[in-house]
Design a protein around this ligand. Sequence first.
Ligand code: MG
Length: 219
Amino acid sequence: MGPYLGGGGMRPAVFLDRDGTIITSVHYLADPELVHLIDGSGRAMRALQSAGYALVVVSNQSAVGRGMLTVERLFEVHDAMCRQLAEDGVALDGFYFCPAVPATGDCTAIDHPDRKPAPGMLLRAAIDLDLDLSRSWMIGDMASDVLAGRNAGCMGSILVRTGLGLPEDLGELADVPIAADIMDAADMILAHDWPDPSGSAPATARIPAHDRGDPPPPF
Ligand SMILES: [Mg+2]
C-alpha cells in the first residue's frame, strides 16, 4: 500500500501518452487488432496504481479531426488496449483524447488548448477526477508529452525510448529524465517518492522483482 491510499483529498496521477508509451506506435492506429502493449506496460501501470496513482491516458488523435478515424473506432482501439491491460489487473481511471488537427508539424507549438503540448486534457482530468497536479507525473515518448506535463504543473515528466525515436538534440528538454520504457519510468517515479533514507544508495527499483519479469538489480 502506498502513502496515498487510505487518506482523503486529492490523488496524484500518472498521465500517460498512448502510442509509443503504452502500446507500440502504429501510424493513425484504427484497427483494434493492431493494439500491442509494449512489454511491461501492464505491470508498470499496476505498480503505479497500487502506489495510489490514478492512471490517465491523454492522447492526441488528429486522425479523428482529419476524418481518418471515427470516434467509435477510436474507442474500439481503446477497448482493445483496456482488455489487454486488464489481464495485468489494470483499470484506467481516465481516457482523454484531442481530435484537433495541428496547424504545423512543430510538436512543441501550442495551437489548441487540449492538444499536447497544451495542458488542456490534463487540467480537465484534474477537475473530473480530483487530482493533485503538483504530485502528478507525465510519461510520454515525445517533447509534446513532456511539455504538456510541464504546462499542467506536474511534479515531473519522463521521456521513454519506446516511441519512434527521440531527437538528438532535446534543446530546452535536455534536463528531462529519459527512461528505457514505461517500466523504467515507473521505477523512477516510485523511487522519487520513496527516496532511500540513507540518501546514499542509488535509486533502486521499487517494483517487486516478481512484477518486473526480470532479475532484481544487483545491489
Ligand atoms: Mg506517443
